[in-house]
Design a protein around this ligand. Structure first.
Ligand SMILES: Nc1ncnc2c1ncn2[C@@H]1O[C@H](COP(=O)(O)OP(=O)(O)OP(=O)(O)O)[C@@H](O)[C@H]1O
Ligand SMILES: [Mg+2]
Length: 379
């Protein structure tokens, strides 16, 4: 008969997709009961009763425990962590508060950052989001640049987001059907935001926890320039996010971008890849000019051992499209810059899961021994 330890071990590979840790480690396995007839009852404690990913947990638990020898049936039940338990969990995670499931249905979170300002983070964010949406994905964009917000303008959306009875903020819909949230929706036009430290932290936290993002394949975060407070806050709040680095081709920018990578490593965020922006300019007569130098994106990608997802040329229509609120990938998908960004979006798709990751990826299979011969099958 299967033992409790074996069941616990099997459950260790079921992870909470928001917290990216095992439900065993998080103390979310309330009970395990094993009956003589091989039926196993598992109760999982959730942070919120309305947890929208219950069925994913149910499936993962049933699959993992059901695979054990001697298990005939798996019954999965749920209850809710008490307030004390939730606090203990928050303490364990070293964070101020737990998400109440607002991001529970978000399959992938990608932070677009760079060490340096003005390299095209926001342009990439808005165009990548629109490209991912054009490819049939549900996409949200969170403008984390509280002081220098630009997503409302680049995705052509303004207004006051409605608030539900449960006090959840509904994101507005921008170009290409992308859900957008930005501090720009809450301040008067051109008003400067003068929040500091704790307010900033609170604003970002609220955008993550109190916004009704719903089901998303991708939530793309437009980061402010630099490697400051906001990046650290985000890394703490979103341990599951991946980091996409935008750099220009010159060695100096690449070194600054490497610092952003360093920060991502320090806070334990996975780097999904590099986009080299402003990578060459083609003049109207077809001549190529390397205005910002050459090769920095590839060098950085090699150094970090991550893919170079795209090289986006300097193009006037890319800027114009952003200024007019309709990303180039939507307004002119055939433009070279739009194609380069669409290719980068495909790279993101290739490097991210399609489903909510409630199960840890199985350990990579041992490489086949190329020298070994297959045994002949005896008929
Ligand atoms: N490949 C490009 N071709 C032409 N213009 C570009 C390109 N990439 C970005 N731009 C323009 O450069 C300016 C800066 O880009 P963007 O705002 O995206 O940079 P950023 O990294 O988000 O800046 P910040 O650090 O201030 O947030 C914008 O006017 C944008 O339209
Ligand atoms: Mg920006």
């Amino acid at each position: 008969m299967v033992s409790k330890d074996q069941v616990t071990e099997a459950l260790d590979s079921v992870i909470d997709p928001e917290l990216r840790r095992s439900i065993v480690e998080l103390g979310m396995v309330r009970s395990i009961d094993i009956a003589d007839d091989g039926a196993v009852d598992v109760t999982v404690s959730l942070t919120t009763p309305a947890c929208p990913i219950k069925s994913h947990f149910e499936q993962s638990v049933a699959t993992k425990v059901g695979a054990l020898e001697g298990v005939k049936q798996v019954n999965v039940a749920f209850d809710v962590l008490s307030d004390d338990e939730k606090q203990a969990l928050a303490g364990k995670l070293g964070r101020g508060g737990l998400p109440e499931g607002a991001l529970a249905q978000v399959k992938n979170i990608v932070c677009v950052g760079s060490g340096k300002g003005g390299v095209g983070k926001s342009t990439m964010t808005s165009n990548l989001a629109a490209a991912l949406a054009a490819d049939g994905n549900q996409v949200g964009v969170l403008d984390c640049d509280v002081y220098g917000y630009s997503m409302p303008r680049m995705l052509g959306v303004e207004g006051k987001p409605p608030v539900t009875e449960e006090r959840k903020i509904i994101p507005l819909e921008g170009s290409g059907g992308v859900k957008v949230m930005s501090v720009g929706f809450f301040v008067e036009k051109n008003e400067a935001v003068v929040w500091r430290g704790p307010m900033l932290h609170k604003a970002i936290q609220q955008f993550l926890e109190d916004v009704e993002w719903g089901e998303l394949d991708y939530l793309i975060l437009d980061m402010p320039p630099g490697t400051g407070d906001v990046s650290i806050t985000l890394a703490q709040l979103l341990p599951q996010s991946k980091f996409l680095i935008v750099t220009t081709p010159q060695p100096a920018a690449q070194e600054v971008a490497a610092r952003a990578a360093q920060m991502a490593h320090e806070v334990d965020l996975e780097i999904i890849g590099i986009i080299e922006n402003m990578s060459g300019y083609v003049d109207p007569s077809g001549g190529r000019h390397q205005i910002f130098g050459e090769g920095g994106g590839q060098q950085l990608a090699d150094k970090l051992d991550v893919p170079l997802l795209g090289k986006v040329p300097l193009e006037e229509d890319l800027r114009e499209a952003s200024d007019s609120g309709k990303p180039l990938v939507v307004s002119n998908p055939d433009a070279p810059a739009a194609q380069a960004i669409a290719q980068a979006a495909r790279g993101i798709i290739a490097h991210t899961p399609k489903e909510l990751p409630t199960m840890q990826a199985p350990a990579p299979a041992a490489a086949p021994d190329r020298g070994a011969k297959e045994l002949p099958v005896i008929q």
